[in-house]
Design a protein around this ligand. Sequence first.
Ligand SMILES: [Zn+2]
Length: 270
Amino acid sequence: MPAVKSPTLNPEPLGPEQRSTIDDIAAIMRSAEYTVAMTGAGMSVESGIPPFRGADGLWTRYGTPPMDGFSQFRKDPVGWWNRRTNEKIDSHILELRDALTSAKPHAGHFALAGMERAGKLKSVITQNIDGLDEKAGLVNLIEIHGNRGKLRCLECGRRESLGDIVPLFAPGPCDECGGLVKFDTVMFGEPIPDDVMAAARAEIDRADCVLAIGTSATIRPASGLLWIAEAAGAKIVEINPTATKLTRLCEVSLRSTAGRALPALLNALT
Ligand SMILES: [Zn+2]
């Protein structure tokens, strides 16, 4: 199994040009009244979690899972849960489960939590399901694709934290309403829960500065929020090792990993 490259294993110091760009970002955040961050797979990769897409991506190596996962689940929820305990469970699920179980937040996660505590960052909207933002101490967090450590009722939206337990059989109906319960993680073909989408949209509507961190800005509808923010006049700042299709919208783009850039940004702000 190929090892996943982790940029934090071989960190290069920030160069003078990158430091100057960090000062520019700090200046934008200081003049902003409401800064929100949107984070993507790049944040998780630095904690050793393989991405789904790209050269090293799980789906590139193992194949893309069926696009109708949510309707399969709805048709036969007990069968779906039973298949997860079967030895023939997809290799990509096993690899992801192992990586998620051992993953820890990195310096970038802790720096975002530090910015929130210092009042420099109002919230984080993450596309990641790993729960590492919460573990790093972030409070105002919107997990737009759900959290792999929680269960969610499809009827009333009630969530239950699993801690480190991996359920091996179908959970019973919701304690509140009797509805069907699934992992909180949003499946292919499953709409983002209304409460989560509304919370994300409310943050974007308030924001006059949005940091796009470690995201290729290609996964809808999450990425669409960045275009909505830009159209409404918010300043968009990108922190990503490579250019993305978002780059042309950005006031400033910093070519760096989150693990290197965000601690330096926190220093510049405080
Ligand atoms: Zn319920």
